[in-house]
Design a protein around this ligand. Structure first.
Ligand code: SAH
Length: 356
């Protein structure tokens, strides 16, 4: 039994079942026992590998995408270059290296990272040195300035509430204790205002998820972009309009039970891009996409960049590089499961890689 499991069971026995979202929140970010607070999840020796850790090409292309948006909007003289949930800092390191040649970009950029884990903040600071970087505790605390922002596999780490349709109401997925172990249960069906519009496209027994933190964050980002200019690119696995149980746990690169080892496994849920796009639209920004990651990287020129990098490689390094390209773009790998949503001011030119 993990320390967090013992703690959660004690709390549930004393106070009753908790929402799945509250369980996820403790598993991921409990100050002492949370997954991101205590462990090193990334890379081959960890639990999962993300796109920037697969190849430098991912961060390079996203960095140049941001810089192109910045140029398109008249290269504002002081702007925030932000990333949400930067993990080991690899994506931002690649962004900064790739944009070194864009005249004026570094001089005007103030790098701000939104990161909840003190341990990862330290890793990011070391990784990005000697660049000066600052941290903001929340998206709302980002400076009121033109905002150029990336978020890769960030929104999938935010806790979701989960509901099963029951008549005109919804039964929430709860975590309880049964026979001395954590167990999933369903609460009593009740109306949920935020799901009123889903009564039209669901039937009894259908499962939908809500990420309470996601839309307010999208709104805070989009309102800066609408008022001050900028661009945001959100890349994550997910789709348009949540449907089904997508909460999953991964440990050591293999799926495990959501309740199996609280605090020791990564817990994620598919990102529903619809509420992000709608929240952005509501404050005057324009959403573009989502488009599949593979298509976006193709349109941004990953084949040419891969060929250029391949010239300096041979043997196992070349094979690894070729495999990385495949992994990032192939529809059977990350190419279509991962989607990219862009948020821009309505009057800005269409961003690279987005057809509308
Ligand atoms: N973007 C990185 C890491 C993804 S893992 C990559 O692609 O490799 C998710 C990251 O988000 C971690 O850095 C985690 O600590 C951070 N995170 C999770 N929930 C957060 C929250 N509520 N606020 C800020 N950071 C959070």
């Amino acid at each position: 039994m993990t320390p967090l499991e013992r703690m959660l069971m004690g709390r549930i026995e004393a106070q009753g079942p908790i929402r799945l979202a509250d369980y996820m929140a403790d598993c991921l970010l409990h100050p002492e026992h949370g997954y991101y607070t205590r462990s090193e999840p990334f890379g081959a020796g960890g639990d999962f590998i993300t796109a920037p850790e697969i190849s430098q090409m991912f961060g390079e292309l996203l960095g140049l995408w941001l810089a192109q948006c910045w140029l398109d909007q008249g290269a504002p003289g002081a702007f925030t270059l932000a990333e949400l949930g930067p993990g080991r800092g690899t994506l931002m390191a690649d962004v900064l290296r790739a944009t070194r040649g864009v005249p004026g970009f570094h001089a005007a950029a103030r790098v701000v990272l939104v990161e909840a884990s003190p341990r990862l903040k330290a890793v990011q600071g070391t990784r990005l040195a000697p660049h000066a970087v600052a941290w903001a505790d929340t998206v709302e605390a980002l400076p009121d300035a033109p905002l150029y922002l990336l978020a890769n596999e960030f929104f999938d780490a935010l806790p979701v509430r989960q509901f099963t349709r029951a008549g005109a109401g919804w039964a929430e997925t709860m975590v309880t204790v049964e026979a001395g172990a954590l167990a999933l249960a369903r609460g009593a069906p009740a109306p949920v205002a935020a799901l009123a519009h889903r009564l039209a496209d669901t039937r009894d027994g259908d499962v939908v998820e809500l990420c309470p933190a996601a839309a307010p964050m999208a709104q805070a980002i989009a309102s800066r972009i609408a008022r001050r200019g900028g661009a945001a690119l959100v890349v994550d696995y997910g789709g348009w309009r949540s449907r089904g149980d997508t909460v999953q746990a991964v440990r050591g690169h293999a799926p495990t039970g959501v309740l199996a080892t609280p605090g020791m496994a990564d817990l994620t849920a598919h990102v529903d891009f619809e509420p992000l796009a709608e929240a952005a639209r509501a404050v005057g920004a324009r959403p573009h996409g989502p488009v599949p990651q593979g298509a976006l990287l193709d349109r941004l020129g990953i084949a040419a960049r891969a060929a250029r990098l391949a010239q300096g490689l041979a043997g196992p390094a070349l094979a690894q590089h070729t495999a990385a390209l495949h992994r990032l773009t192939d529809p059977a790998e990350m190419g279509t499961v991962f989607q990219a949503l862009a948020l821009l001011p309505p009057e800005a030119p269409l961003p690279a890689g987005f057809p509308s």
